[in-house]
Design a protein around this ligand. Structure first.
Ligand code: 5GP
Ligand code: ZN
Length: 114
């Protein structure tokens, strides 16, 4: 656990958080400031900031995160209507929390990116 990391604290139970889902490798919470009607954060238990530097031993965790996203899409009934998955990395992306996470956004048309 990284000190002063809000996602480590929520995942570790140090800070209360409404966990919508939990697997061996990750957990899911609703974003505190949603940017879409459905805005979930899929967060690995292990603390990493960037994809860069991840060892191959972490790759199964990434797979688990995408599997959780698929489950969450099904649970929220948006598999057919569609959803967006986003990972922000670094300054230009606007990454706010330095703990790798996957956003799942859904519930309204979002249009093409760009
Ligand atoms: P980033 O910009 O780092 O990709 O995304 C971080 C996200 O975490 C933001 O959308 C922000 O609203 C959300 N967030 C920040 N702090 C908390 C928190 O304490 N609880 C929850 N549920 N979401 C948070
Ligand atoms: Zn962390």
């Amino acid at each position: 656990m990284a000190r002063d990391c809000i996602f480590c604290k929520i995942g570790g139970g140090e800070v209360p958080g409404d966990l919508l889902y939990r697997s061996d490798q990750c957990f899911v919470i609703a974003d505190i400031a949603p940017k879409a009607p459905i805005h979930l954060l899929i967060v690995p238990n292990q603390h990493f900031t960037y994809l860069t530097g991840l060892s191959p031993s972490f790759y199964p965790v990434l797979g688990d995160m995408f599997a959780a996203a698929r489950v969450m899409a099904e649970t929220h009934g948006v598999t057919n209507s569609g959803y967006r998955l986003v990972i922000n990395q670094g300054t230009n992306s606007g990454q706010q929390v330095a703990h790798l996470h996957l956003h799942l956004l859904a519930g309204q048309p979002m249009g093409a990116m760009g």
